[in-house]
Design a protein around this ligand. Structure first.
Ligand code: CTP
Ligand code: MG
Length: 166
């Protein structure tokens, strides 16, 4: 899951500039995605996720660290891209529900990246998903994700990177 966990904090670190929705509104008069989803955040986040995944592949092969997951070029790209697509999908629904950028939306804010990453995997590489995400691993992911999310966001808030601690 590391290639899926890295994109969000990196997007928060280097995001900004042109919003993905180009400031456009949806038919309900609200922003399509909002100012919290930018091209710079998307590109930097995805590249960082892929870079860390490539490091995992390299470590697994050169150091013989067989405890590392069986990542492939496809798996690290799908996890990184999926994580931020999930984040964008969540923001789209959030805006439709009338929630403003940065408003808290419990559960969705924490699991959006997991849903996005798994949906991408399910569509483009279901074999990887089935052989790597076993039930015990899924349970660990479901427990670990909100804890990591909260911890990283508090660090982001205290260090001034994020405006909200969620
Ligand atoms: N970010 C970005 N581009 C993305 C994702 C995130 O630039 N594709 C940056 C934005 O600066 C954003 C910050 O990361 O404010 C934190 O991300 P997140 O909490 O997902 O966004 P919010 O500002 O809370 O917006 P939303 O309510 O839409 O989730
Ligand atoms: Mg947020």
């Amino acid at each position: 899951m590391v290639p899926a966990y890295v994109p969000n904090p990196v997007a928060a670190l280097c995001g900004g500039g042109t919003p993905i929705d180009f400031n456009r509104n949806y038919s309900d008069g609200r922003r399509i995605l909002g100012d919290g989803k930018t091209y710079r955040g998307l590109v930097c986040g995805v590249l960082a996720g892929i870079a860390v995944g490539a490091l995992q592949i390299w470590l697994a092969s050169t150091c013989g660290w067989s405890f590392l997951p069986q990542h492939t070029a496809a798996s690290i790209i799908l996890l990184s891209v999926g994580a931020l697509l999930g984040d964008m999908g969540k923001s789209f629904v959030k805006r439709r529900l009338g929630k403003n950028r940065g408003d808290s939306w419990p559960i969705a804010d924490q699991y959006d990246l997991v849903v996005g990453a798994f949906v991408m995997m399910l569509i483009f590489d279901p074999a990887w998903l089935l052989s790597n995400i076993t039930l015990p691993i899924l349970i660990v992911i479901l427990i670990l994700t909100p804890i990591l999310h909260r911890a990283v966001n508090i660090i982001g808030y205290l260090s001034g990177v994020k405006k909200e601690p969620w």
